[in-house]
Design a protein around this ligand. Structure first.
Ligand SMILES: [Zn+2]
Length: 421
C-alpha cells in the first residue's frame, strides 16, 4: 500500500511540475490565456443536495450557474462558458472536473449551498482544495463529498480517495497544488464581492478536500452561496434578485481575476448594470411592500399596547370600586382621602393628571369637581399617603367622608372617638 502511495506521489509531483511549467510558458507568449470557464451547478437529478423548506440546493445552484453563464456571454465575450449541466441531471463528481480538463479550462467553479442543523447558521464561504484545518471545514467537505457513496463504480473513479483518511487528504491536495495560489486568489475575490453586495456574513476563504475539485488541472474553487437551512438566506438565494446578485458577484470576481492573470485593465460593470432591470424593479416593489407591512405591524402592535393599557385601567378602577365597597361592607363608614385637584369640568378616565394615583374618587361641591386619591380607614394612613401625592400636587390635603358625605376633619375626629368608646 505504502509503495503504491509513493509512486502516486511521485507521479503527481511530475504532473504538477509540468502543468506549472505549461501555464508559465503560455503566459510568456503573452497570449490571452483566460478564455474558458467551467461552471458547475452542484448536485442534480436524484441527488438534490441540501434541502430547504421551499427550495432544493440542486435547483438554486443551477439557477445561479445559468445566470452567471448569461452574464459572461453578454459582458465578457472573449470568454467561453462551459457547464457541467444545464438541466436537472445527475452527474458523477469525477466527471465534472474531467470536463474542465478535457477542454483545458482556465477556471473551474462549483456552486453549492450550505446547510446546518442550527437555523441561525449563515453566511457565504469559498473553498480551494487543501487540508481541511478546522472541524467545520471538514464537515462541509464531507457533506459535499458524500455523493460519491451513491455513484455507480465509485471505487475505480476515486482510487486513492478515502473520505475520512488524512493520508487521502495529502493525495488530493497534490493535484491542485500547482494552482493553489490562483485558486485562493480567485476565492478571495469572490468573497470580497459577496461582502460588498449580498446581505450575508462573510465566512471567508478556506481550504478543504472536495472530490469535485480534486483532479481539476486548473484553478478551481467551490463556493457556498448561503445556508439553505437558514430561512432568511433560503429566501434570498431562492429569489431571482438574490440569484442575480450572487451571479453578478461571481462574475465581477471572474473579471477581476482575468484582469490580473492576463494583465488587463478592462472595465468591470457595476452590480446594478449586471442585474436585469425588471428583476431590480420587482425587488424595489418587494422592498416597498415589506416596508409597508412592517409599518402595519408596528401600528398593530401599538394599538394592542393601547388596548392593554385601557383594559388595565378599567381593571384598576374596578378593583378600586370593589375595595371601597368591601370597606363599606366591613362597616367602615368613616373614610379618609387625599384631595389634590379641583376642576370646573369632569376629567376623562384616561386624563394624565389622575393616571398614576390610586383609588381616584371625585365628588361635586358647589358646581366644582373635586378629585381625591387613596381610601383609608384612619387619618394617619391618609396623612402618610398625602406625602406621596404632594410630590406632584403640593397643595394636596386630607379630607374625610362619613357615610359617603364630606365632613370636616374635626367632625371626623369626633365621630371616630365616638366609635372607639
Ligand atoms: Zn452542495
Amino acid at each position: 500500500m505504502n509503495e503504491h502511495k509513493d509512486i502516486y506521489k511521485f507521479l503527481l509531483f511530475i504532473f504538477c511540475f509540468f502543468s506549472a511549467f505549461f501555464c508559465f510558458s503560455q503566459n510568456e507568449e503573452g497570449k490571452n490565456v483566460f478564455d474558458k470557464v467551467v461552471i458547475d451547478a452542484g448536485h442534480g437529478g436524484n441527488k438534490p443536495g441540501a434541502l430547504g423548506t421551499k427550495f432544493k440546493e440542486k435547483d438554486i445552484t443551477l439557477a445561479v450557474a445559468i445566470k452567471l453563464g448569461k452574464l459572461i456571454n453578454e459582458h465578457l465575450k472573449s470568454v467561453k462558458v462551459y457547464y457541467t449541466r444545464v438541466i436537472d441531471q445527475d452527474i458523477d463528481l469525477y466527471k465534472r472536473s474531467s470536463v474542465a480538463n478535457k477542454i483545458n479550462a482556465d477556471l473551474f467553479l462549483s456552486i453549492h449551498c450550505n446547510s446546518a442543523t442550527a437555523k441561525t447558521a449563515g453566511g457565504t464561504e469559498t473553498y480551494a482544495m487543501g487540508l481541511g484545518k478546522t472541524e467545520s471545514n471538514l464537515e462541509v467537505a464531507k457533506k459535499e463529498n458524500a455523493e460519491i457513496l451513491t455513484e455507480k463504480g465509485s471505487l475505480e473513479n476515486y482510487q486513492g480517495f478515502d473520505l475520512n483518511s488524512p493520508e487521502g487528504d495529502i493525495l488530493f491536495s497534490l493535484y491542485q497544488n500547482a494552482y493553489l495560489q490562483n485558486s485562493l486568489d480567485f476565492a478571495a475575490k469572490v468573497q470580497s464581492q459577496y461582502t460588498k453586495n449580498v446581505p450575508m456574513k462573510n465566512r471567508g476563504v478556506h481550504q478543504a478536500n472536495f472530490v469535485v475539485l480534486w483532479k481539476a488541472a486548473m484553478p478551481a474553487v467551490l463556493t457556498e452561496i448561503g445556508f439553505i437551512s437558514n430561512p432568511k438566506e433560503e429566501e434570498y438565494i431562492g429569489s431571482e434578485y438574490g440569484q442575480w446578485t450572487i451571479a453578478a458577484c461571481i462574475f465581477r470576481a471572474i473579471c477581476e481575476y482575468r484582469n490580473k492573470v492576463d494583465n488587463l485593465t478592462d472595465a468591470i460593470p457595476s452590480i446594478e448594470k449586471l442585474i436585469p432591470q425588471e428583476v431590480q424593479e420587482k425587488e424595489n416593489i418587494r422592498k416597498q411592500n415589506e416596508q409597508i407591512e412592517q409599518q402595519r405591524k408596528q401600528e398593530e402592535q401599538k394599538q394592542i399596547a393601547e388596548k392593554q393599557k385601557q383594559e388595565q385601567q378599567i381593571a384598576q378602577q374596578k378593583q378600586q370600586k370593589e375595595r371601597a365597597e368591601q370597606k363599606k361592607k366591613e362597616g367602615i363608614d368613616l373614610v379618609y382621602r387625599v384631595q389634590f385637584l379641583s376642576s370646573p369640568t369632569q376629567l376623562n378616565n384616561n386624563d394624565s393628571r389622575i393616571a398614576d394615583l390610586e383609588d381616584v374618587f371625585s365628588y361635586n361641591e358647589k358646581g366644582s369637581w373635586k378629585y381625591t386619591a387613596g381610601l383609608f380607614a384612619s387619618q394617619q394612613e391618609a396623612l402618610d399617603y398625602q406625602k406621596k401625592v404632594k410630590e406632584k400636587y403640593a397643595d394636596a390635603f386630607v379630607v374625610a367622608f362619613y357615610q359617603g358625605k364630606r365632613v370636616s376633619i374635626v367632625e371626623a375626629k369626633r365621630l371616630s372617638s365616638q366609635k372607639t368608646q
